[in-house]
Structures are given as C-alpha cells and as structure tokens.
Design a protein around this ligand. Structure first.
Ligand SMILES: [Zn+2]
Length: 163
C-alpha cells in the first residue's frame, strides 16, 4: 500500500527574545530618550548612520555620537504593498535618509499627510517624529517632510525628538 502522510492542523506559538548585540545602545537611547545615535570611526572619522560598531572601511572601532534628527532623502519610493503592521498607512514613502552630519544613509519610512511623490523625492528635507509608546524598535520613529513636522508632533500618538 502506498504511503500516505496523515496531517493535523495545529498552531505553534513561541515567545522568544533576541538581542540587538552591539547595536543595543541605539535602540535603548531611541526608546528612553528619543535620541538617534550614530557612530564615528576613531581612525578615519567616518560617521555611520545606521551605526556600526566597527568602521566598515578601515575596521577600527567606532564611538557613539548623537545625530541631528533632520536629514535629506537620498533615494525613495512609494509603498503600496506591505505587512499587516503598516497596512493602514498605505500609501507611504520609504527611502534612504542621510541625517545631517552622517556619511551614510538609513532606510526608514517617510509619512506625509498629503502624500505626493514630489514631497518624498531625492533631495527633500525630512525630520524624525517619534511614537509616544516606544518599544526600542525601528518602528519607534519615522520621518516626515520638514514642513509637516509641527503638525505631526501635535497628534496624540506622536511627539518630537530630543532636540
Ligand atoms: Zn574608519
């Protein structure tokens, strides 16, 4: 008789924790103090944002530095398909943002109250807005066009940064 696998449908639930390792300080300062920390190479001076514990160019240690919370969009696109966490936000922008003073760019969401592609295009200035309820995750903050900043931080669920 041919083998026939018997299948039972079930649910597997796993509670677990994972560590952010050497990048932990970034997430702790984000959660507790609404600061955005980058790192500066102790040898070549390159400023990494997102932070790297060791410089990816000269391999020397990098030290923590507080970054400005304003920056410029290097490249962006509009998101129409996403995970359940962001489904209500569709459509929204996402892009590589170079914070003022940083030598590298970070990938992050760019939200706008009246989203049109020209508001989130390359070269546009953006500023970080923070969730009031923070968990130490990348979703604790996002960027908005600089001229929309004041209207975002007065919303009940958001607030401005440490500056
Ligand atoms: Zn370096």
């Amino acid at each position: 008789m041919e083998f026939q696998a018997h299948q039972i449908k079930d649910i597997l639930k796993i509670d677990y924790r994972y560590t952010m390792g050497g990048q932990s300080k970034f997430f702790i300062e984000l959660m507790n103090n609404k600061k955005l920390l980058g790192t500066k190479c102790t040898k070549c001076g390159k400023i990494w944002m997102p932070p790297r514990i060791n410089c990816s160019e000269c391999y020397e240690p990098a030290e923590w530095v507080e970054m400005k919370q304003t920056g410029t969009i290097d490249v962006s696109t509009i998101v129409w398909y996403t995970t359940s966490a962001f489904i209500k936000a569709i459509p929204y922008g996402i892009g590589f943002i170079r914070l003022d003073g940083a030598d590298t760019a970070m990938l992050q969401g760019i939200f706008s109250e009246s989203l049109i592609p020209s508001k989130v295009k390359k070269g546009k200035k953006v500023r970080a807005v923070f969730q009031k309820e923070r968990e130490g995750k990348m979703t604790d903050f996002f960027f908005v066009p600089e001229d929309e900043y004041e209207s975002w931080i007065i919303k009940s669920e958001y607030e401005g940064g440490s500056e």
